[in-house]
Design a protein around this ligand. Structure first.
Ligand code: MN
Length: 222
């Protein structure tokens, strides 16, 4: 696919999203899951392959419950630098709304063929090593851009638990979607933040705001 569709959809003098540059990350096998409150709340599931992030929009988010199948609509490839993007896409721009890095890590295929070959065939079995998502998963194509994302039974599987509810915070900054919107000048819609009503206890380091330095860099770009 490449990044031509990604480029065509965006105005890079208006959005803080990374430009359409193909490259390979240091590790070469990144994955990221971004929680995105646009018109509809969804999770963007991205796997690095061939210099880009292969991407799916997963309305209900990735499952850790092996009895659950989650619809995953394939969308345009994204640049590898997108893996670290957390912030606000201005209203009126493509994908306008708030983006959180919900999980990040590395993955490995469980088959001998390459990722792109497996995807072309419509089935990719892979192991994830993230902060939230761990263990064996499969993506299966059902038609054209429509796929199913499923967790395999293994020691990490959690039957009856929705990990999007129990682990709602950013893995980069510990913030909720509403806090990211608030910090970065986005629209905070109390009823539609995508944050659960009852938030679980925050563990580890405290919520931190983005550094002033990074904010200046963002505003200089725009
Ligand atoms: Mn999205």
């Amino acid at each position: 696919m490449g990044l031509s569709e990604y480029k065509k959809k965006r105005r890079f003098n208006k959005t803080p999203e990374p430009g359409p540059e193909e490259k390979t990350s240091e590790l070469g096998n990144l994955f990221v899951v971004q929680k995105h409150r646009a018109t509809q709340l969804h999770y963007d599931f991205r796997l690095e392959a061939d210099g880009v992030l292969k991407s799916w929009a997963v309305p209900k988010g990735p499952p850790m419950d092996p009895t659950v199948k989650r619809l995953a609509m394939q969308v345009e490839d994204h640049p590898v630098d997108y893996a670290n993007f957390e912030g606000v896409i201005p209203e009126g721009e493509y994908g306008g709304g708030t983006v959180m890095v919900w999980d990040i890590g590395v993955y490995a295929t469980e088959t001998t063929t390459s990722v792109s070959r497996a995807l072309a065939k419509g089935e990719l079995k892979f192991v994830m090593l993230g902060k939230k998502l761990k263990g064996s998963f499969v993506l299966v194509r059902t038609r054209e851009r429509q796929w199913l994302l499923m967790k395999h039974k293994d020691e990490y599987a959690k039957e009856g638990e929705d990990i999007t509810e129990t682990q709602p915070y950013s893995v980069l900054t510990k913030r909720t979607l509403a806090e990211i919107a608030e910090d970065e000048g986005g629209v905070v819609e109390k009823a539609a933040t995508g944050d659960p009503k009852k938030l679980p206890r925050r563990t580890g380091t405290k919520r931190r705001k983005k550094s002033a330095k990074k904010k200046v860099w963002h505003s200089n770009r725009g």
